[in-house]
Design a protein around this ligand. Sequence first.
Ligand code: BEZ
Ligand code: FE
Length: 290
Amino acid sequence: MRNLDEHTITQAVLTRNANADDARLREIMTSLVQHLHAFARETKLTEPEWEKGIEFLTAVGQICSPTRQEFILLSDTLGLSTLVTAQNHKKPDGCTEATVFGPFHVQNAPQYDLGADISDGLPGVPWYVRGSIKDIDGNPVPHAVIEVWQADDAGFYDVQKPELGQETYQGRAVLQADSEGLYHFKTIVPECYPIPHDGPVGKMLQALDRHPWRPAHLHFMIISPNHERLVTHVFREHGEYLDSDAVFGVRSSLIADWVEHQPGVDPYGEKVDTPYFTLDFDFVLNPVTR
Ligand code: BEZ
Ligand code: FE
């Protein structure tokens, strides 16, 4: 292949890739090359512009670390994460909807018994979260594994606080629903937060006149052997940014009333001297089709 020009280069690359053994890889790379080339043609991309693009992607890679996932932020802010989630989790009506995973989940979060305080000492407004896990026919799903993770009352996750060290977790837990598919735990009310915006993705948002904020939410991942894994959040009704989430993750069905209560007796029968909140949220899992 010689003397390739703007009209022949695309087919030349596709032909070069055509021997890949993996059919799915071939399909994905064919489409990617076609779309990338179409993008360059459509925008009449200049050399200085593509140099800037490469500088940007290089910066995205360079800032990544085990606790800083800039490529996930890029995918999220470009709406690609929501697109991939949406097209892979089409479910029957009545199932709890999925939303973006985000960059703040960690493996090996601490395990807690139901009823535990998973905030592990975080200051904030007490919050009692409880509900059920059922299948689409209304049957309880017993013993599902429930992972939760959340920001604190200033909008930061534990992994964003290097002073905590690697083995200290706050506001994250692995729990297990009981034999009737019920779960409950105590934590603190999380606040809205800006996604990390001190890097290249933050600069991109600024250049596009976009804000980096996410509405207040609690992350859940629910795992049960006969059901599709559910990765989702529960958002706060009437909260800020519900209609302008920086990562396009809000779904109306995931917005719930975080109910405020005056000081008194909490759901566990303990005296509370401050106002507190409760959240009741029931999950419905989609069965795995085998
Ligand atoms: C999160 O909710 O943790 C999140 C999701 C996408 C980007 C940044 C944060
Ligand atoms: Fe989050």
